[in-house]
Design a protein around this ligand. Structure first.
Ligand code: PFF
Length: 460
């Protein structure tokens, strides 16, 4: 370990923090509505394939690069002897700031819904559109959330990030399990499950593939160096390969469960599964209402509280990107860096906040060439940052690891904490995926989607 660098106290602390980063609004808010938009099971299958075939090897590699270099994302490539690759790390920091700018607003909605549930205001589900345009209220919750994130990040690794994650993650899993079991007993459950699980391949098209890819990277916090940064706080004793597997399985498992929980709810309430970003905000309050006032208030507020916590362990890792950059590169004090980052993120988030109907300009922000309808600012940032730049970052990490840094060195780093690693099947799997599948699949999808989605060139 580099002298003086803070680190996670043990493997569980690291896994809780990294899984905490992965599990967040991406699993419980975004995954179900992406599934809904992507035609249900068609999206699910492609998503699962991407997670295990492409993302897991990249996840392990990001952690290994971070641990080897002992530096956060933007600085990690220099100690490995390839300073020119720092641009990829810097791009990651930029991408993290963009993602956090809108993520934080959705987290603000969640916090607001927690309070509404406490007050027993289940009607809110039918007024989601108006709610998000109550800028003073949403803005207030957004700022509160940002301050909570900044405070934890300012406390550093062990006392802040690790401690929060260790407590919050297990409770979240428990409540999702309870709600899923309840969902499965509802009237619309079968319809919901069919939509979610029975493959309908006619729904598959390039857009579904593009979104599933973006979602898999977003959900696993990959492609922008968040896990590289966390890897830099991990001790050499720990086994990255098995920790990475646990993080992936936890993340995919929770997203899968969230789908099992939401679709029976969606169908039982007769809501359209294509509902978009409002899906859980429109469905869940009605469900809690159906439980009767006392139970509804209890379960409803607990649900949104835990969702807020899940978001918090993710916003922490997003904010750690610019903060670690300022600390490592510019020697800014952690406590100051946090507030600079928070101010920037808040300002950048304003257009996303206004783009849900409040401001016509940000609501109909841009129409891609050849597209029928404009997208709002938040969707635009999602397309650029999470659907395009994250897979691009992943592509670069795979090329870097095999063709620049070299497989031998990657495998040597992965052998710390797992000495027989190079001889295992999983080593062959990771090596093959990084060498061939990731560059080919990610490269092809990257080129095709840029041309087709942003420039309207019809390829298929
Ligand atoms: N993985 C988080 C989620 O699914 O909510 C979002 C996220 C966190 C993306 C951290 C990227 C990141 F670096």
């Amino acid at each position: 370990m580099a002298p003086g660098r803070s680190k996670f106290s043990n493997k569980f602390g690291f896994i809780a923090a990294a899984a905490g980063s992965a599990v967040g609004l991406g699993n419980i808010w975004k995954f179900p509505f992406e599934v809904g938009k992507g035609g249900g099971s068609a999206f699910l299958i492609i998503y699962l394939l991407f997670c295990f075939v492409l993302c897991y090897p990249i996840l392990v590699t990001e952690i290994a690069i971070g641990r080897r270099s002992q530096k956060s994302a933007a600085m990690a490539f220099r100690p490995l002897g390839h300073p020119e690759w720092s641009i990829i790390g810097i791009l990651g920091v930029f991408c993290g700031i963009l993602i956090l700018s809108f993520y934080n607003i959705v987290a603000g909605w969640v916090l607001g819904y927690f309070v509404e549930m406490l007050l027993g205001n289940f009607e809110i589900g039918q007024h989601f559109g108006e709610y998000v345009n109550d800028i003073a209220e949403v803005g207030g919750y957004t700022i509160a959330f940002l301050i909570a994130t900044a405070y934890i990040v300012s406390q550093g690794i062990t006392k802040g990030i690790e401690k929060a994650s260790k407590i919050l993650m297990p409770v979240l899993i428990a409540i999702i399990l309870v709600l899923t079991i309840y969902a499965l007993t509802l009237d619309g459950a079968t319809e919901g499950i069919v939509f979610y699980l029975i493959p309908d391949l006619s729904k598959l098209n390039l857009n579904v593939i593009y979104r599933a890819l973006g979602q898999s990277f977003f959900s696993l916090s990959l492609g922008l160096g968040a896990l590289m940064t966390y890897g830099s706080y991990l001790s050499r004793k720990e086994n990255i390969v098995s920790a990475g597997a646990m993080i992936t399985v936890a993340d995919v498992g929770i997203a899968f469960l969230a789908g099992l929980m939401i679709f029976p709810f969606v169908f039982s309430q007769g809501i359209e599964p294509e509902g978009g970003a409002g899906l859980i905000f429109m469905t869940m309050p009605g469900i809690f209402e159906s439980m009767g006032p006392t139970l509804g208030i209890m379960i409803g507020s607990l649900f949104f509280l835990l969702l807020a916590f899940a978001a918090l362990t993710s916003t922490i890792s997003l904010m750690e990107l610019p903060v670690a950059y300022l600390v490592d590169k510019h020697k800014v004090k952690r406590k100051n860096a946090v507030w600079y980052a928070a101010a920037l993120i808040f300002l950048l988030g304003i257009p996303s906040m206004l783009g849900n109907g409040y401001s016509g300009f940000f609501t109909n922000f841009i129409t891609y060439i050849g597209a029928e309808k404009p997208v709002n600012f938040m969707d635009f940032v999602t397309d650029v940052a999470s659907n395009t730049l994250l897979p691009f970052g992943g592509l670069m990490v795979s090329i870097f690891a095999i063709y620049v840094w070299k497989r031998r060195k990657l495998f040597r780093e992965l052998s710390h904490g797992h000495s027989s690693f190079p001889k295992t099947f999983i080593a062959k799997y990771i090596g093959f995926s990084l060498q061939y599948i990731c560059p080919l699949v990610l490269g092809a999808i990257f080129v095709i989607t840029i041309l087709e989605i942003f420039f309207g060139v019809k390829i298929f």
